[in-house]
Design a protein around this ligand. Structure first.
Ligand SMILES: [Zn+2]
Ligand SMILES: [Zn+2]
Length: 247
């Protein structure tokens, strides 16, 4: 299976990432990607950018050197009611909002609280992707979250960095369960790198191995190519006037 859209990428603006927009464009050409999404961390992440960084993404061209670019954010869940660290006007404007739990931004939760928050984020209609929900450091009730993802048609992210970064140690088992139950219930999935340096862009090997092992149907993965991902975002009310695909 080929994944030609990387839906989760951090630039220097995230404060603990090491590549620029231009680096990622060059890397996307090398790797043969069609598209990637800029999803820097929301403002509550220590060292993260402020809101103006996200508003001003309108200056970024839609396409450079044949590579399509989405303007997004990896927003932080900031309470157990599923609130995000971006105002509604901003989240509406962006092409892609990933909603993620980072324990550094929201400590003190247990499984019940993280589950409640994740479902509330999806129910709010403000996110299109639930970021790394398999994170063992912020565990959720997987079947409840999968059922909600199906109801609200929010994509479950299988994040390649979850198998690499020490901050999400122990995520494999949860991610496998998300694959298994997500396939069973027919939820949308995205596969992402969560790159913090250009060399990780388009690297999905751990995520794809798990998807293969769990037999997730390729038709459920909405970012296998740019056209399919654009269609998914348009169905979610995004990209109203951009990326004409005849829909
Ligand atoms: Zn994250
Ligand atoms: Zn991230």
């Amino acid at each position: 299976m080929k994944i030609l859209v990387d839906t989760h990428v951090h630039t220097l603006a995230s404060g603990h990432a090491y590549s620029t927009l231009n680096d990622y464009i060059e890397e996307a050409k090398i790797k043969g990607l069609e598209m990637f999404a800029l999803t820097d961390h929301g403002i509550r992440m220590p060292g993260g950018p402020d809101l103006y960084h996200f508003y001003n993404q309108i200056v970024i061209p839609r396409e450079v050197g044949g590579i399509k670019i989405l303007r997004g954010i990896e927003a932080n869940m900031i309470d157990f009611e599923g609130s995000l660290d971006g105002e509604d006007r901003l989240l509406d404007q962006l092409d892609l909002v990933i909603g993620s739990v980072h324990p550094i931004c929201l400590p003190g939760g247990g499984k019940r609280e993280y589950t409640k928050g994740a479902i509330a984020m999806m129910a709010s209609g403000k996110i299109q992707v639930l970021g790394h929900p398999g994170n063992a450091q912020a565990p959720v009730e997987i079947e409840e979250v999968v059922r909600a993802a199906r109801e609200y048609q929010v994509a479950i992210e299988i994040n390649n960095s979850s198998f690499l970064t020490p901050s999400r140690r122990g995520s494999e088992e949860n991610c496998a369960r998300f694959c298994e139950l997500g396939h069973k219930h027919g939820v949308p999935f995205v596969v992402s790198s969560d790159a913090h340096v250009r060399y990780d862009l388009g690297v999905f090997d751990g995520a794809l191995a798990l998807i293969d092992q769990q037999g997730v149907d390729e038709s459920l993965i909405v970012n296998t190519n740019a056209e399919k991902f654009i269609e998914f975002l348009k169905r979610k009310g995004k990209l109203k006037n951009d990326f004409n695909t005849g829909i």
